[in-house]
Design a protein around this ligand. Structure first.
Ligand SMILES: [Fe+2]
Length: 265
């Protein structure tokens, strides 16, 4: 019988394997963060391609996108899903997530280029970000792309504590942050993409991206909204709307004090 050889550390296959394993662990811990990460991976890939990066470089960045918020799996639920503003202590705890995620990726043997992109995905172009207050070209270029993709999705997604923002308002916010929060070159590419690609704001991962092919899911939900979540899982909408619907339903469950967990079939 043929045996599957384990991937060798340092190879792309190894990196892909650990990223997919960690993406599964994110999904088990917090489905909202997982779906957000999946869309950020897609947006980052598209922006990178618009910037003229090779497919390979774009895919490497998409892998970083899938685990950019890995560190959030160690943030307490009370902080992660808080509906009101965070206190300064809570904000401090939340802002540890790039370091925590990068540390775990390092322990798992991820390449330093990927670790660096994750570590610096909350830096701002003018140096006002975290964790190291890097500015301009000192911020890894992948992190500069990821930041725009991250904010684009955060603004246009519904969360337990906020409604989704209209695409045009999101565009204006990103434009306003040009040179302050975001790299102007990345913003220019992002705006071009929005103009030229009507799909660039949709939740539809391209099949060639190599996002994790996870086993069929059985949703186990507890709490007052469990029937709602089960109904959404059974309805099996098209791939395009699945992520949006899961996100919406997961937000509703958490808002009503329920909990959820995804099991593999
Ligand atoms: Fe983050």
């Amino acid at each position: 019988m043929a045996t599957v050889q384990p991937a060798v550390q340092g190879t792309r296959r190894f990196t892909q394997q650990i990223v997919y394993d960690l993406a599964r662990s994110i999904r088990e811990r917090d489905v909202i963060t997982y779906e957000h990460s999946r869309r950020v991976a897609v947006y980052a890939y598209r922006i990178a391609r618009q910037l003229g990066w090779s497919r390979r470089a774009g895919r490497d960045l998409a892998l970083a996108g899938l685990v950019h918020d890995l560190g959030k799996t160690w943030v307490q639920n009370a902080i992660l899903h808080k509906e009101s503003a965070l206190s300064s202590d809570e904000r401090h705890a939340m802002q540890q997530h790039p370091r925590v995620g990068a540390r775990f990726l390092q322990i798992y043997g991820a390449p330093s280029s990927l670790v660096e992109v994750v570590l610096h995905h909350h830096e701002a172009f003018n140096g006002s970000g975290y964790p190291d207050h890097l500015a301009g070209a000192d911020i890894p270029r992948g992190s500069r792309v990821l930041t725009v993709a991250d904010v684009c999705d955060a603004l246009t997604s519904e969360r337990p504590y906020k409604a989704a923002m209209e695409r045009e308002t999101m565009r204006q916010r990103i434009e306003a942050g040009c040179g302050v929060h975001f790299d102007p070159v990345v913003v220019a590419a992002f705006l071009e993409l929005l103009e030229s690609d009507p799909d660039s704001g949709a939740h539809s991962p391209p099949s060639h991206l190599g996002t994790p092919r996870l086993p069929r899911r059985v949703v186990v939900a507890r709490g007052p909204s469990a029937p709602l979540l089960r109904r959404a899982a059974v309805a099996l909408p098209s791939a395009r709307s699945l992520a949006a619907r899961e996100n919406h339903v997961a937000a509703a469950v958490l808002k009503r004090g329920g909990s959820l967990r995804y099991d593999t079939a």
